[in-house]
Write a protein that binds this ligand. Structure first.
Ligand code: SAM
Length: 283
């Protein structure tokens, strides 16, 4: 059956060829065209699975030039798959400009779910996975990287980074200085491959294990980092004193409500201060 005319976003394995889905293989076998980040890299995948494909290259340097040709093909009812060298296209990989252009002009774009190093790393890192942000690659230059790490000091969600093995030690050194040596992180290295390793612990522990074993500085890696506890909003001294006094006799919930109204501050912030006052009362 001929596939519907659309751009199909197709994830490919990040190491282990068996991680491609049945549907991805079907789509890659049936589409009229496959846009590849690098046609030579993808040829290995196609040979392995016996896929005979009409391919063209689509990478960061030619993405914009390809737009009109792609829309012409879709206008002729063709189907096109978009793949990158590994994992999910657009995730630190080319494709965003094409997808945005097709959406703007009302073309059909559909996504197949599949391998993505960031999600695989997060799922096994042992670091909170309920809220997270993906930060892609940190800047290569140390001043910009340190600036970015400073900006992230307010980030309460788990942070996920892609990192080049050449820079991993320097990045962790910067994290130790800016975030503190005890900040919790995990490094997921060579996911789905023979030498898959997870290093987990404080920045100091993980850094010393990277330094002690050069093999841990090789291959592909994802760094998953704990978010920062958001600092409670400051309260005026008078509000704190009233809180300290009233919550000795009244329920904290009720006290928080009235102090929030009286001092025009957030009720939950007052409540959090109340909890900490119970642990260590005002001097
Ligand atoms: N689009 C891909 C995805 O969905 O994961 C990511 C492409 S990005 C150019 C390549 C980076 O992804 C690598 O430098 C590394 O940080 C991470 N990566 C890819 N494969 C990996 C693997 N098998 N193990 C650990 N990290 C991997």
């Amino acid at each position: 059956m001929k596939l519907l005319s659309a751009l199909y976003i197709v994830p490919t394995p990040i190491g282990h060829f068996d991680d491609i889905t049945k549907r991805a293989l079907d789509v890659l076998s049936e589409v009229d065209w496959i846009a590849c980040e690098d046609t030579r890299t993808s040829a290995k995948l196609f040979n392995h699975f016996g896929i005979k494909a009409k391919t063209f290259s689509l990478h960061e340097h030619n993405e914009v030039q390809r737009l009109s040709w792609i829309t012409e093909q879709l206008d002729k009812d063709a189907s096109i798959a978009l793949i990158s060298d590994a994992g999910t296209p657009l995730i630190s990989d080319p494709g965003y400009k094409v997808v945005a252009h097709l959406r703007e002009h009302g073309y059909q774009v559909t996504a197949l779910p599949g391998a993505c190093a960031a999600i695989a790393a997060l799922s096994a890192a042992g670091i909170p996975s309920d809220r997270f942000c993906f930060e892609g690659f940190l800047p290569a230059k140390s001043a910009s990287r340190q600036g970015k790490l400073q900006d992230l000091l307010q980030e309460s969600r788990t942070m996920i980074f892609y990192e080049s093995p050449r820079r991993a030690v320097r990045t962790l050194e910067d994290m130790a200085v800016i975030w503190g040596e005890t900040h919790r992180i995990a490094i997921a290295r060579e996911l789905t491959k023979v030498y898959e390793t997870f290093l987990f612990g404080s920045v100091r522990d993980v850094l010393s294990r990277l330094r002690a074993d050069e093999n841990q500085q090789k291959g592909e890696m994802v760094i998953v980092c704990h978010g920062f506890k958001s600092k409670p909003q400051e309260l005026p001294r008078e509000a704190l004193e009233m809180l300290s006094l009233l919550c000795q006799d009244l329920p904290l919930k009720q006290v928080s409500k009235y102090i929030a109204i009286a001092f025009k501050v957030n009720k939950n912030t007052v409540y959090q201060h109340g909890l900490s006052l119970k642990k260590s009362p005002l001097a």
